[in-house]
Design a protein around this ligand. Structure first.
Ligand code: BES
Ligand code: ZN
Length: 753
């Protein structure tokens, strides 16, 4: 089907994976509708969709909900109302049937449903025209105006007969030969006496019923009286479409029609009100109320597919999708009767509202004629005073979310939103209409504009052909999107650094029990505004590669969620080993350290050995000890310490001694046992000249030598190194340095004679 819009067509959604997952997780039953064909957008291959949804994060709730709106479901409701029921004139059983149908669907979605009777209203005289065998154009249930001057058959005395055409019925020549027992169609004439003659002529020829229909133009069925009453047969007025349809059918062959006429004397009108109470407010005394409305009734003769079965079709689809979510707002769906009689049902409804109830209204989104293929029509949000209001603004916001820039606002009453406006409830009429706003500089405010309705408006041709699924879909996305947005909780997530700075551009995700979803990124103020159902959610946000997590946040009502991103490293305090600590070989020492993180908390704290475990002192030398810490935001830190393990040193030589240059000096020491002869660091021992008075070195260190190169001996629990001094060192002082492979150095200074 063509998209007759002056903007790019919206992308249609083929998957409902996210929404389905939501429905399952919340444990709600998917809508099983008695008699109605309201299913999810794409019933097929659901399991594949769900598994696919686990791989990528889900969309935010605004998007998830809009993705589930499917105008095909709206079309099926419209078809039931406009085709299966047919015209739903105020006060007739069809208006009530419409209310019952809508109520039944709403019940299946878990709404509390009330049918309100109000009135009485003016007497209605109608003819129901069907055919036992012909496929009637425009739908199987035609409605004409029954003349009060003729017979009301009631439902039981059905008049059935072949139809013959008798032109204007003014002379014998107008009539075919055989009129007896037939239903006579004649041209409706504006002059009462002409009409009367035609009926009298038909009756005298044995007609069982008479239809006077407009032969030209585009007219609704006329109501008329006769100057010669005809109490024995039904007489009715047909619209120009009826005339054309009947004459076209007659051109193809015989046509049989079945007629009943009824007069409903001062009948009652019907509203249907579906209420879905908010979580935590089952009696409906405090929760904010979000309401959508449409009118059930149509004008005499019109199936009212567009005006206004379409509004109910959209309402019911909004109800279906929203019924899957636990909500803190009360949702009301209104189907009002008697709109065409002067907003009667809506006025009766608002009269039932207490002041406290009215004060709870967030707004009322009225939908009347929400998707005609009539090309010049555009989507308008019309208010009684021509000013924008909350309801209008929310629709603009919803339109922006789906990329629809065709919504406009101006002034009009003429539908049920007026009744809400009159009692101070923000409301707007959403309508696809060729509306012409006043030419600038005039503004919508004081007087509004003019409009041209589609040719089918208030006519028997307001049939399924006057329904555009594409435009219904736009209405669903815009009005349904606004309603959903307001029915969920408004949640502001703010992301701040631990230093208190707002974090812009931070992605925010949440899992509210049905999978991780992307909620978007924070703005320059560090805030993200989103909507969430009544749920408990885990939030995460990320800045500079660090993640903040808030678990178990209860979302009840509108609220703020604050997230602080920890950009600070964890701290490490390493007590043992302290950097530079020295341990004697084989002594017991216990590693002692801890990691702390004030904000996100310590995720890991790992040392070379675990805290409280023995430190390795089994080998001499320098040992590195490292502690690494990570916090839950992803900040990491480390701390290193070097400790030394040394032999248990005991020197059997003094710090200073005297000797003879050229003599061999035994340097004896013990290391707590025999560790072999490799205990001396390579290149050692050394000796260097020093000033006797100060011990300060006066020359470079030189390798020592020992007699016969016997470097080191071990015996009697002692090491012995024999240092051969040089004859040339007489009258000097030298420092002897023994460096061990544990890194320790030991000294003695000798004064040589
Ligand atoms: N669906 C129309 C609303 C409408 C308004 C259609 C403007 C086209 C243009 C509604 O059902 C209707 O017909 N309203 C009546 C007024 C009502 C107070 C009886 C109308 O506009 O004539
Ligand atoms: Zn209407």
């Amino acid at each position: 089907m063509r998209s007759s819009l002056n903007h790019p067509p919206l992308l249609r959604r083929l998957t409902i994976a996210g929404g389905l997952a939501a429905a399952l997780a919340f444990g709600t039953v998917s809508a099983a509708v008695g008699g109605a064909q309201a299913q999810g957008a794409s019933g097929a291959d659901v399991s594949a969709d769900v598994s696919a949804a686990t791989s990528a994060p889900l969309k935010d709730y605004d998007r998830e909900i809009v993705d589930q709106f499917d105008s095909a479901n709206s079309v099926s409701h419209i078809r039931h109302l406009a085709v299966d029921i047919g015209p739903r004139l105020n006060g007739t059983p069809q208006e009530r049937e419409g209310a019952e149908y809508i109520g039944g669907i709403l019940k299946s979605y878990g709404f509390d449903v009330t049918l309100q009777s109000w009135g009485p209203v003016s007497t209605k005289s109608v003819a129901k025209v069907t055919s036992p065998n012909a496929d009637l154009p425009g739908g199987p249930n035609w409605q004409m105006a029954a003349s009060t001057s003729a017979k009301f058959t009631g439902n039981d005395a059905v008049v059935e007969g072949q139809v013959v055409y008798a032109k204007t019925g003014q002379s014998a020549a107008d009539f075919p030969d055989d009129v007896a027992g037939k239903i006579v169609l004649m041209d409706y004439n504006a002059t009462a006496s002409v009409r009367n003659t035609a009926v009298v002529n038909a009756v005298s020829r044995g007609a069982v019923a008479v239809i006077l229909a407009y032969p030209t133009g585009n007219s609704a069925p006329p109501s008329f009286t006769l100057t010669t009453a005809q109490p024995n047969i039904p007489v009715m007025g047909g619209g120009s479409a009826h005339y054309t349809w009947i004459t076209d059918l007659l051109a193809k062959g015989p046509l049989t029609l079945r007629i009943t006429t009824n007069q409903y004397v001062n009948p009652m009108g019907t509203n249907v009100i579906g209420i879905r109470h908010a979580v935590g407010d089952p009696d409906g005394t405090k929760a904010p109320i979000v309401m959508v409305g449409a009118h059930i009734d149509s004008v005499l003769g019109a199936p009212g597919a567009h005006d206004d079965a379409s509004g109910n079709g959209v309402s019911l689809e909004i109800a279906r999708v929203l019924s899957q979510y636990p909500l803190d707002k009360e949702l009301r769906i209104g189907g009002f009767g008697g709109e065409e009689g002067g907003l009667l049902g809506a006025k009766a409804y608002v009269n039932t509202l207490t002041a406290a109830e009215k004060a709870r209204f967030v707004g009322e989104w009225q939908m009347d004629m929400v998707g005609t293929p009539y090309e010049p029509a555009r989507l308008w949000a019309l208010t009684p005073n021509g000013q924008s209001n909350f309801v209008v603004q929310e629709a603009y916001d919803a339109a922006a979310r789906v990329g629809f820039d065709g919504l406009r606002n101006c002034r009009l009453g003429q539908s049920d939103h007026q009744a809400f406006y009159d009692v101070g409830i923000p409301s707007s009429l959403f309508i696809w209409l060729d509306y012409r706003p006043p030419a600038p500089p005039a503004v919508c405010g004081p007087t509004g504009g003019t409009y041209v309705t589609e040719p089918q408006y208030h006519k028997p041709t307001d049939t399924m052909d006057n329904i555009s699924p594409e435009r219904l879909q736009i209405t669903l996305d815009v009005v349904g999107g606004a309603v959903a947005h307001n029915a969920l909780n408004a949640v502001t997530v703010s992301a701040t650094s631990d230093a208190g700075q707002p974090l812009a551009g931070a992605p925010v995700r949440a899992d509210c029990g049905n999978g991780l979803r992307d909620l978007g990124t924070t703005g320059a103020d560090g805030r993200l505004r989103t909507v969430l159902p009544h749920s408990t959610c885990d939030f995460t946000t990320t800045a500079e590669g660090r993640t903040a997590t808030e678990r178990g946040v209860s979302i009840a009502g509108d609220r703020a969620v604050k997230m602080t991103v920890d950009l600070t490293k964890p701290t490490i305090s390493l007590t043992t080993p302290a950097d530079g600590a020295v341990f004697t070989l084989g002594t017991a020492a216990t590693a002692s350290y801890r990691c702390d993180d004030n904000l996100s908390g310590v995720a890991t704290c790992t040392g070379t050995v675990p805290d409280g475990s023995p430190l390795d002192t089994s080998t001499v030398g320098f040992h590195a000890f490292t502690v690494k810490a990570a916090d839950n935001a992803g900040n990491v830190a480390d701390q290193k310490a070097t400790y030394q393990v040394v032999y248990p040193w005991h020197a059997s030589f003094p710090e200073t001694m005297e000797g003879k240059a050229g003599s061999a000096v035994p340097i004896k020491f013990s290391l707590g046992g025999d560790h072999g002869t490799g205990v001396i660091a390579s290149g050692y021992p050394v000796s260097r000249p020093v000033t006797c008075a100060t011990g300060k070195a006066t020359g470079p260190a030189e390798s020592t030598s020992s007699p016969g190169n016997s470097k080191l001996g071990y015996g009697d629990g002692q090491y012995n190194y024999v240092w051969k001094t040089d004859r040339g060192w007489s009258d000097t002082c030298r420092q002897f340095e023994l460096k061990l492979d544990d890194g320790s150095s030991h000294f003695t200074t000798i004064r040589l004679k």
